[in-house]
Design a protein. Structure first.
Length: 172
């Protein structure tokens, strides 16, 4: 990552304006985000000029359920978050493969103020990832997607934020 590439990437707000697929869902999730006070406090206490780059595509159900929550926390913590297309940035994607082989998204890469990578998170919270790998892949896609949406609706982004904060804590 370099400064020019980072600066040219859209902010989450600009990305949200350009969403075509699942537009209502993206905007609905973003508008309904309610951040737990203790996680906002924890994020604000992390020192460093953190920058985030999310690799995403607007058709991704996991991205629509996690990136709006992460974007809200980034705003509250004063972190600069940008979004890049997975398909248009294969070099970044191939450095952050799930299980070393899958281009699963979203991926959120954490950089310090020098744009040195310090860690990354993705493509979904570990609990739902484990369920998908153990049971979910055996289900038909519509049923699996419904179960995943139910999990995200119950979790309200808490697990995503806790796991992302762990990335920051490790880096700090």
């Amino acid at each position: 990552m370099n400064q020019e590439r980072f600066d040219s990437a859209p902010t989450f707000g600009r990305y949200l304006e350009g969403v075509v697929k699942n537009r209502g869902l993206w905007h609905g999730v973003y508008e309904r985000v309610r951040l737990p006070d203790e996680l906002v406090t924890a994020a604000r206490e992390l020192s460093g000029g953190w920058r985030l780059v999310a690799l995403s595509e607007d058709w991704c159900g996991d991205a629509v359920n996690t990136l709006p929550v992460i974007a809200r926390l980034a705003d509250e913590a004063g972190w600069d978050m940008r979004v890049l297309s997975r398909d248009e940035n294969p070099d970044l994607m191939d450095e952050h493969l799930t299980n070393g082989r899958s281009r699963s998204i979203p991926v959120v890469i954490v950089y310090d103020d020098n744009l040195d990578e310090v860690g990354w998170w993705g493509p979904r919270p570990s609990e739902i990832q484990a369920w998908i790998m153990d049971e979910g892949l055996a289900m038909p896609s519509p049923e699996r997607y419904k179960a995943v949406r139910w999990w995200y609706a119950r979790d309200h982004g808490r697990t995503t934020l806790e796991e992302l904060l762990d990335v920051f804590r490790t880096a700090a």
